[in-house]
Write a protein that binds this ligand. Structure first.
Ligand code: HEM
Length: 521
């Protein structure tokens, strides 16, 4: 009895000692910014300054800090000091001029190859090598070849909208656009046809995909572990998804790949999966690859910064291919779906803009080819402005490879520190965008573009490590809008929320449901 009591007392004391040690470990950096005279929100144990994401949506938290502390402020990603910057010139220096010192995103290696081998998480030379393989798979020629597949997906959405319009039903835009981007991913990245626009039935692919996408708490946990205990996390390995879900996609992709290998060249596939199979076999089909002037680099930038990088030594494993297909889920599903949702929402509120867009596109008389959609300036301006006002990714980041003097701020960023670019605040600053809260596509029309302040437009990031899928996303969005706006009129209804409400605890700008009316023209 006495021994048992002594044992439990010892256990209790050991537990308290561990808690105290953990507390000191997790708070040991909390004076870092104060000691350097850099302002910023107050951290709390475990979460650091990320507690703010529990009390308000991510973009609101950034913008409140920007208004309170200015263009440079200190935060804590859990227990680790992070410097946040909303100064376009400094963002340009880090992303372009001194890129060699800021090649990497933050280290999110979790020991799971599907996470660790994804382009987003690769680092240093491994990233450069993989990016030089992946960039050409997003060339304008490859996108043009894939364009008919996207058009097919849009036709399936069109049929769904037609039923809604005929029945007089309201449209849950987020759901409809999410279904479109899911269909595109299934077709292009997984070589699979799915019945996605069915309100009453969920197929196996969609059910598993939803499990990947619903893993928000997994992301939080992984982020906590990779920032706080990076070495331990990589050693024990944390899976980014449920084993059954991983098994489903692994076997789906493996069977498609082996089927295609057995078909050899008898069937020509034009999807993204085939481009990766070709890259693995080093049998790139460049027949479609002549450059098309499709990307307004003056607005969006370029994705070809590493064009001349040698690819000779890159070996693409099956895990690399699977990781790349998954990237479409993680990087391309929600981002493109929200872009389309916000754009449709704004058009439903602004009838004149919708009419102008309709007239521009209708002049092409049903020809919405890859070349045509690159020649619609108002459409491009509407998309650009939507990505400014409702930029899905509120912030991007880089890690310093070496100590770095930050412009003329007198501040030295130490090796290993994460720098956060507060993109949302730059996009919403009245210093760069007059009436920043108003959706106004005029800002991005060719005649007004010289008024844009350089490096203040960053929805796809900046420099050689910007979004490699930008061209794909823009093609998808333009194709969808071109087809839908000429057939349907989007309208505000009593259920259309104005202003929109946003979810907390999300890494992307995520609106609550958006309801609008849809009628046939
Ligand atoms: C509207 C849609 C999209 C937006 C707003 C968006 C935005 C971004 C941003 C801000 C970054 C980080 C860039 C940086 O660190 O500077 C990024 C990276 C990336 N995005 Fe996108 N993205 C979109 C669609 C897509 C699509 C459709 C794909 C297709 C696979 C994709 C694939 C990637 C990849 C692979 C990276 C990592 C690039 C690297 O580390 O080299 N994105 N994206």
């Amino acid at each position: 009895m006495f021994l048992a009591a002594l044992f439990s007392l010892n256990a209790l004391l050991a537990f308290i000692a561990i808690l105290i040690a953990l507390y000191f470990y997790l708070t040991k950096n909390f004076n870092y910014w104060k000691d350097r005279g850099i302002p910023g929100p107050k951290p709390v144990v475990v979460l650091g300054t990320m507690w703010e994401m529990f009390t308000k949506p991510i973009h609101q938290a950034s913008f409140d800090n920007y208004k309170k502390y200015g263009k440079i402020y200190g935060e804590f990603g859990f227990s680790t000091p992070v410097l946040t910057i909303a100064d376009p010139e400094l963002i340009k220096d880090i992303s372009i001029k001194d890129f060699h010192n800021f090649v990497d995103h933050s280290d999110m290696k979790s020991g799971d190859p599907l996470n660790d081998r994804s382009l987003f998480n690769l680092m240093g030379d491994e990233w450069k090598a993989m990016r030089s393989v992946i960039s050409p798979t997003f060339s304008s020629g490859k996108m043009r070849a894939m364009h008919p597949m996207i058009t097919d997906c849009v036709h399936r959405l069109d049929q769904y909208l037609e039923t809604k319009a005929i029945n007089g039903d309201e449209l849950d835009v987020k759901r409809a656009m999410g279904n479109l981007t899911m269909d595109v991913i299934a077709s292009c990245a997984f070589g699979t046809q799915i019945d996605v626009h069915n309100d009453n039935k969920t197929n196996e692919f969609v059910a598993n995909a939803q499990q990947v996408l619903r893993g928000n708490w997994r992301l939080w946990f992984m982020f906590l572990m990779t920032t706080t205990f990076p070495k331990l996390t990589e050693k024990i390995g944390i899976s980014t998804m449920k084993p059954s879900v991983e098994h489903f996609f692994r076997s789906a992709i493996s069977s498609i790949i082996s089927k295609r290998r057995s078909q050899r060249n008898s069937v020509k596939h034009r999807d993204y999966l085939q481009l990766m199979i070709n890259a693995q076999n080093r049998s790139a089909d460049n027949s479609e690859d002549q450059d098309i002037d499709d990307l307004n680099e003056h607005i969006f930038g370029t994705t070809d910064a590493l064009k001349d990088q040698k690819t000779a030594n890159v070996v693409i494993t099956d895990d690399d291919m699977l990781a790349t297909s998954f990237l479409f889920f993680v990087a391309g599903y929600e981002t493109t779906a929200t872009l389309l949702s916000f754009l449709t929402y704004e058009l439903s509120l602004k009838e004149k803009c919708q009419q102008r867009l309709y007239e521009e596109i209708n002049a092409f008389d049903g020809n919405y080819s890859y070349e045509s959609i690159a020649r619609m300036p108002y459409l491009e301006a509407c998309i650009a402005e939507t990505l400014r006002l409702y930029n899905p990714i509120a912030a991007t980041s880089r890690i310093a490879l070496d100590d770095y003097k930050l412009g003329n701020t007198g501040l030295t960023i130490p090796k290993g520190m994460m720098i956060n670019f507060d993109v949302h605040s730059v996009h919403h600053s009245p210093e760069y965008y007059p009436n920043p809260d108003v959706w106004d596509p005029e800002r991005f029309l060719p005649e007004n573009r010289d008024q844009l302040v350089p490096y203040t437009y960053l929805p796809f990031g900046l420099g050689p490590r910007n979004c490699v899928g930008m061209r794909f996303a823009l093609m998808e969005a333009k194709t969808a809008v071109a087809h839908l706006i000429t057939k349907y009129r989007f309208k505000r209804t009593a259920n259309t929320a104005v202003p929109l409400k946003y979810k907390k605890f999300e890494f992307l700008l995520t609106p609550e449901a958006i309801q609008i009316g849809v009628e046939k023209r």
